[in-house]
Design a protein around this ligand. Structure first.
Ligand code: ADP
Ligand code: MN
Length: 284
């Protein structure tokens, strides 16, 4: 089953189970069947049928704790909740094919209620083990991967919201729910694969976006590279992938700038002075 099919098959009582497991994610690693039952007032058959269906869809997972069944919500279950909420809020009518599976996200085509093509990015922190360990250390309190994932999505949402309000060249933000961000589909190719006719102008536009991010939103992208810039048909560069931003971090800003300036120097022989550019983006 595709993600969209799964979401369309989930019944109201199954949503309640997913919501209940989501809300207790940081309290219980797995919630015992007894506690889950006591929180819902389902009849026995309804409970059993719903749990079986959610398990088959891999929206929840089961574990035995001291011989007793216990459950937790999975990333797929979280995706399903997000899709439902976006549908109810008339942001997303339908989900399409997958565009790409990243290290910490799955990106899909979607359709809004006017059948325009849009993009849905589902965050999933904890897919790759390296980052896991590093990220876990960043958190002092014990948080579930589901919570860390939702924090990430919220961060990307906050960045895109501010950048949109300041007319930056980033995808238009259409919505946000749980671990999902809905945004404009930028038709084009990555900067890495593009063959630019006016590289100087493209670089200026990219630096303009970095400047808006820094001066208006007080943020530094933190993972800026030729892979996180999409060039459209009019050779306009859009910077994507914002969840890891940091507040006015000088080292990170210099790293971002270095990566992008090195790329333009090596591929297009466009040479800029890093110190001057750094002053420019900081509005100094
Ligand atoms: P990550 O690299 O963390 O997985 P990205 O936000 O970079 O997440 O998205 C992964 C890929 O999905 C991008 O490299 C790009 O190909 C595609 N993508 C993401 N957002 C958009 C968008 N708004 N329009 C078009 N393609 C997108
Ligand atoms: Mn990316």
């Amino acid at each position: 089953l595709t993600l969209a099919e799964k979401a369309s098959l989930v019944s109201p009582s199954e949503y309640i189970i997913l919501k209940t497991l989501l809300e207790s994610r940081d309290k219980y690693d797995y919630m015992s069947e007894d506690i889950l039952r006591s929180k819902l007032n389902f009849i026995d058959s309804e409970f059993t049928i719903s749990i079986t269906k959610l398990l088959n869809m891999k929206a929840i997972s089961e574990e035995r704790i001291q011989g007793k069944k216990a459950y937790r919500i999975t990333f797929s279950g979280l995706d399903i909740l997000a899709i439902k909420m976006l549908y109810v809020n008339k942001i997303l009518k339908n989900l399409g094919l997958i565009i790409g599976e990243g290290k910490e996200s799955n990106v899909y085509y979607g359709y809004d209620f006017d059948d325009n093509v849009i993009v849905v990015k589902f965050h999933r922190v904890g897919k790759s083990s390296y980052k896991n360990i590093r990220k876990l250390r960043e958190y002092t309190e014990k948080k579930s991967w589901i919570s860390i994932t939702m924090d990430n999505a919220k961060k990307e949402y906050q960045a895109l919201k501010c950048l949109n309000e300041n007319y930056a060249l980033v995808p238009k933000l259409f919505g946000y729910s749980f671990n999902a961000i809905v945004m404009e589909y930028i038709e084009g190719t990555s900067l890495a694969k593009s063959k630019l006719s006016n590289p100087k102008k493209v670089l200026d536009n990219i630096l303009g976006t970095v400047r808006i991010a820094y001066t208006n939103c007080k943020i530094v992208h933190g993972d800026l590279s030729q892979y996180n810039v999409i060039i459209d048909q009019n050779e306009i560069p859009y910077i994507i992938d914002w969840p890891q931003w940091k507040k006015e971090d000088q080292n990170l800003l210099n790293r971002d700038l270095n990566i992008i300036l090195t790329f333009f120097k090596n591929k297009y022989n466009v040479i800029e002075d890093i110190d001057e550019i750094s002053k420019f983006v900081k509005g100094e």
